[in-house]
Design a protein around this ligand. Structure first.
Ligand code: ZN
Length: 626
């Protein structure tokens, strides 16, 4: 089923995991590994680690682990085949499919994207060098966009003709069904195929991988239908998930740690052209949970570049909730009232850049608006202003944040902070007066948790996070719980299997998973092959060990002594206990003497422990089974 096995392996091989992960989040080099903030759970100090040589990652916070395919599946919400395809296109590889229905679906999606791509080219050519595009070109110029901008954003013009695109696609070999399913044509009342978009300036919309998905079209003639019309929902175009320009902005979003969200396609163009490349726009919808999830994986700062009135009307409670849930900071650009980014840019690109730089926290923005309209010169005016401000402050879910604004407002309206705080608390205690937050949907008990978490992220203590796929199903095994001494030895075995397997043995490991990993490494002789052949808990443990550096604190002899002593001692103790339990006191006493000698020698440092450790190992190896 699906993609040919060899191709899956080849894609994994060709993918540089550190580079791939780096496209989604900031990574720092740490020795041979890379570390960063885990994309799978909320954290402030990095516990996510990548081993680029072996192509595996592991998070010490939530135990998420896997390889390039798992990573893409989780981060981009793709299924296995989708993830492999995404990786294959990254490395420029063509995949072969087993002949299955799944393969056919994929080929069909690729075909639809091809049709949208052809439409992008068709519309673009008309805009840039066809007399029919004159009107659209004049409109763009009036907004300050020249031919270079039109080419850079691959803008297009859908002519007024009834079926110009449909005929063009037909000539290119696309079927009626493909054109309809791609949202480019529809069947009119006369049962004829007609273009979806007519007489519109066309903004091509791509998915986050950069595949053509659909269009936003702006009417150029008043009265010719809605001002903006977007592609209908198709297998490629889902309006609640699409973010215009994300495929281009992604790298800059990650690099800058911030994203600027706008409402219009021309706003994104204006921002990019004024030197703010990390800009995206929703495609005719308000911001959704899906949008926020996608963006907060890339950045911790979200700046809303809406005109002041839209920003004032943006669902504040939802943004506060997102702020808490995803630990992001939401700001509002300081745009002049009634002006959108494209308008500000047309007058002065510098002014637009400044508006982004001077963005203020969302709550501060809303308070400023309340206070700007207030008359603070009279007692009554100040009381009214305080009341409005209290309403705004009470919506924020964080008491620390609320308190800071209580202090600020107190100074501005000249009312004691205690009285303002009491008023805020009163509102929050009212049934339904508190803030609506997504967390509320998960049940009231979450309200009191200190650190809100993204849905699906691990809660402390539950060991494993829920994961949809079975790739890394580990049956509740927590790789972080392995005895550190055994993990230490395995790390060496993983980095250089030959080095350790010669003088250590599988039965020295008390933890069954650790023992299995040692056996796999001894058998395969290489970390890459071990990863390939392991599954379940053993694979998960291997992935964790692969992102850890072996503790090379001294000469090889010292390291060897440490590993031997650390494994021999607990193994010797276990054996001695079993001997006592089976009434073999003499043998147990012999073991006890060896253990004492080792403990004694350890006091003088690892090198001194080597000889007694070797004797203990020999005793363990020679002993008959108990
Ligand atoms: Zn994590």
């Amino acid at each position: 089923m699906g993609i040919v096995d060899d191709d899956v392996a080849r894609v994994r091989e060709l993918t540089d995991l550190a580079e791939l992960v780096g496209e989604h989040m900031a990574l720092k080099r740490a020795g041979r590994r890379f570390v960063g903030l885990c994309p799978f759970h909320t954290e402030k100090t990095p516990s996510f680690s990548v081993n680029p040589e072996l192509g595996v990652y592991y998070c010490f916070g939530c135990q998420a682990s896997g390889d390039a395919i798992t990573f893409v599946r989780e981060v981009e919400h793709l299924d296995f085949v989708g993830a492999v395809e995404r990786l294959a296109s990254r490395v420029g590889m063509t995949l072969r499919y087993d002949d299955s229905s799944q393969g056919r679906d994929r080929r069909r999606a690729a075909r639809l994207a091809e049709a949208v791509g052809s439409a992008i080219d068709f519309y673009h050519r008309i805009l840039v060098d066809d007399p029919a595009g004159g009107e659209a070109r004049r409109y763009l110029r009036s907004r300050g966009f020249d031919g270079d901008a039109a080419r850079r954003f691959r803008l297009g013009f859908a002519p007024g003709s009834f079926d110009a695109l449909t005929r063009h696609l037909h000539r290119k070999g696309f079927s009626r069904d493909e054109m309809i399913t791609a949202g480019l044509s529809f069947t009119n009342r006369a049962q004829r195929l007609q273009d979806q978009f007519r007489d519109r300036l066309m903004f091509p919309i791509h998915d986050s991988r950069g595949e053509p998905a659909g269009f936003g079209g702006r009417a150029l003639v008043a009265g010719a239908g809605p001002k903006y019309k977007n592609s209908p929902e198709t297998p490629l175009y889902h309006k609640s998930r699409m973010l215009y320009w994300l495929h281009e902005a992604k790298a800059d979003i990650v690099a800058s740690g911030g994203v600027v969200v706008c409402e219009g396609y021309t706003d994104v163009m204006a921002l990019v052209l004024s030197g703010v490349p990390q800009a995206v726009a929703t495609c005719g919808t308000a911001v959704t949970d899906d949008h926020v999830r996608a963006l907060t994986k890339l950045a911790r700062r979200v700046t809303l570049a809406y005109d002041a009135d839209s920003a004032g009307q943006a669902a504040a409670e939802r943004w506060y909730a997102w702020e808490q849930e995803h630990e992001v900071e939401v700001r509002v650009a300081a745009l002049p009232a009634g002006r959108d980014p494209a308008e500000v840019w047309a007058e002065s690109p510098d002014a637009l850049r400044r508006a982004i730089d001077d963005a203020v926290p969302f709550l501060a923005f809303r308070l400023n608006r309340v206070l700007a309209g207030a008359d603070l010169s009279t007692v009554e005016g100040r009381a009214r202003a305080a009341n409005s401000a209290v309403d705004v402050i009470a919506q924020h879910p964080s008491d620390l944040v609320r308190d800071q604004y209580v202090m600020q407002i107190s100074g501005q309206v000249g009312i004691e902070p205690e009285r303002i705080r009491a008023a805020v608390d009163r509102i929050r205690r009212q049934p339904g007066g508190g803030p609506a937050r997504p967390a509320d949907r998960a049940g009231p008990e979450r309200r009191n948790e200190g650190v809100p978490r993204a849905p699906g992220a691990a809660r402390p203590g539950d060991g494993r996070r829920d994961r949809p796929g079975g790739l890394d199903a580990t049956g509740g095994f927590d790789p972080a719980a392995v005895d550190p001494r055994e993990a230490d030895a395995l790390r060496f075995a993983l980095h250089d299997a030959g080095y350790v397997v010669d003088w250590l043995a599988a039965d020295l490991f008390g933890d069954p998973v650790a023992r299995e990993v040692f056996e796999i490494l001894a058998r395969t002789g290489s970390a890459a092959e071990a990863l390939e052949s392991a599954d379940g808990p053993a694979r998960s443990l291997l992935q964790r060990l692969a992102v850890e550096e072996p503790l090379v604190d001294a000469e090889p002899e010292t390291v060897e002594a440490r590993l031997m002593a650390n494994l021999a001692e607990p193994a010797g103790r276990r054996r001695a206990e079993r001997l006592v339990a089976s009434d073999r006191a003499e043998e147990a006493a012999e073991g006890g003497r060896l253990l004492d000698a080792l403990a004694n020698a350890r006091g003088s440092g690892w090198p001194a422990a080597r000889e007694p450790a070797e004797r203990l190992l020999a005793w363990l190896a020679a002993g008959s089974q108990v």
